[in-house]
Ligand binder design. Structure first.
Ligand code: ADP
Ligand code: MG
Length: 493
């Protein structure tokens, strides 16, 4: 398969250890491409049809039929390659991967072997505010197989071939991940990329985005251990559980003096355990050979540029623009480009209030916290962009303090139709802008706290904070702390 030189990045001194072992993970992800029709036929790819109503003679490779490449599938592969800085092969080759399984009655899967369409590239993301990069080996086009149905038959299995011939992009990483947390963060980022550029609907329950995790363990600095491949992880939660279980299991085996056998394993969500399904075939077992029915896939550079030109701004480019145009840090910019909807929300808020930094803080802080608590997506936020912008405007023009704004936010969360200004009025949250009234409180505080005043005048800065605190309290939190500070300094100078 793809030759894997011992890559430099395999040494990761910062890698977390589990019981003295370093965890090594590489991913193979099958992303179902969002075309209307199959990869080599005109049959529909729609999900949920009656079994065996959407597989045509070409999908079954009946004698006399010939596959014809779906242009839309190729364009989606190109778009993916461009999104992750890969090389798009000028010429790639379809190969037959030969094996028999009940869900593949034609006896081979059309895939790409030696020369895949997408080569190299990398996926970057943040984990705990640390920037990570996972290198891709390749991404290749292939067709899906059918599906065995065990539930509806007693003592027998049914085969539904609707999925046969559905276009897939298989995305393969180098073994660059070092923990289940890194693996999940990678998978989430990859999911974000394919949905952002619209090549895959990302529906994990329906199997549109399935991850296989290759897991091994080694003593730090030692040779790579033998891997086991956990198949078809279709939720981020199971992914984490499955890898954690697998790592503990492998370490136990090694500690007990056993050797790990290369194998394909399945995760059982009910028991939380992984179990060997079959010993893993080697590439040689598949007797790959170029598919004589399909010519090589030739991609002119003009075609690549055309696809590039039609692509929306990518998350990385958008984050860079947010840094430059709005003066945000890289971390915040990345947070705000987690989805197209979130980035659009941020831009709408910051344009409406002209306070990008505050908008960023509020969206990644107060708003995100409330959304997470209720498991809501940004599309479901009760507080719309205009409303948040109005609230931020009242902070930036000094009408209310940041703390008071949080109270307004709470009220808006309950009643999204309320107006920001009406809430500020009703709750009496306006900061004291009447300088006469404020001066009176400041004078009273100076008179009543001779000790603090003397200490401040003697050079103790902390004594001023005590005074500010007294005044904030006396004003019931409505004084503007900055204004109080300025007034005090002027009076005590
Ligand atoms: P195959 O030919 O069996 O598919 P590949 O060389 O293509 O094998 O690797 C498949 C996946 O397994 C890749 O994602 C790769 O990064 C990962 N991988 C390879 N060796 C190891 C290892 N020792 N531990 C964990 N993952 C590995
Ligand atoms: Mg492989």
């Amino acid at each position: 398969m793809a030759t894997m030189q011992e890559p430099i990045l395999l040494d990761r001194p910062d890698a977390p250890l589990v019981g003295g072992y370093e965890v090594i993970i590489g991913f193979e992800t099958h992303a179902q491409l969002s075309t209307q029709s199959k990869i080599f036929s005109r049959a529909s790819t729609a999900f949920g049809a009656e079994p065996n109503t959407q597989a045509c003679a070409v999908d079954l490779a009946l004698p006399g039929t010939l596959p014809v490449m779906n242009k839309g599938a190729v364009e989606r592969a190109i778009a993916f390659g461009l999104a992750v800085n890969s090389h798009i092969a000028e010429k790639s080759v379809f190969a037959r991967k030969n094996y028999f399984y009940p869900d593949l009655p034609k006896g081979y899967q059309i895939s790409q072997f030696e020369i895949p369409v997408v080569q190299g590239g990398n996926v970057e993301f943040f984990l705990n505010e640390k920037k990570m990069s996972v290198r891709l080996v390749r991404a290749h086009l292939e067709e899906d197989a059918g599906k065995s149905l065990h539930e509806d038959f007693i003592g027998q299995s049914g085969i539904d071939l609707n999925r046969a011939g559905t276009p897939l992009l298989e995305i393969v990483t180098e073994p660059d991940m070092r923990s289940s947390a890194e693996a999940v963060a990678y998978a989430k980022e990859l999911h974000k990329i394919v949905t952002w550029i619209g090549i895959c609907d990302g529906n994990m329950q329906e199997g549109s985005f399935r991850c296989d995790a290759n897991v091994s363990v080694r003593k730090p600095g030692g040779a790579l251990g033998t891997r086991r491949e956990i198949k078809n992880l279709n939720s981020f939660k199971f992914m984490q559980q499955a890898i954690d279980f697998e790592v503990r299991w492998q370490i136990e085996q090694i500690e007990d003096g056993h050797k790990i056998q290369q194998a394909t394993v399945l995760f059982n969500p009910d028991t939380g355990e992984t179990r060997a399904m079959r010993t893993k075939e080697d590439a040689a077992d598949y007797r790959y050979f170029p598919d004589p029915d399909l010519p090589p896939l030739c991609i002119a550079r003009e075609w690549v540029e055309k696809v590039r030109g039609e692509m929306a701004e990518l998350p990385r480019a958008m984050a860079a623009r947010f840094e430059k145009d709005y003066g945000l840090g890289e971390y915040d910019a990345t947070q705000l480009t987690q989805s197209l909807a979130l980035s659009a929300y941020f831009e709408a808020v910051s344009k409406a209030c002209n306070q990008a930094k505050l908008a960023s803080n509020w969206i990644t802080g107060e708003l995100a916290r409330r959304l997470n608590a209720q498991d809501l997506s940004i599309e479901q936020t009760p507080v719309k962009a205009d409303t948040l912008a109005a609230l931020i405007t009242r902070i930036s023009d000094g009408t209310i303090s940041n703390n008071a704004a949080k109270q307004v936010m709470d009220a808006l969360w309950e009643d999204a139709s309320a107006s920001v200004d009406a809430l500020i009025e009703a709750k009496g949250l306006k900061q004291m802008n009447d300088s006469g009234a404020l001066e009176k409180i400041v004078d009273e505080a100076i008179a009543a706290n001779a000790k603090n005043v003397a200490e401040f005048k003697a050079g103790n800065e902390k004594a001023l904070n005590a005074l500010v605190g007294q005044i904030m309290k006396a004003s019931k939190g409505k004084a503007n702390p900055q204004q109080v500070n300025d007034l005090l300094r002027a009076k005590l100078a």
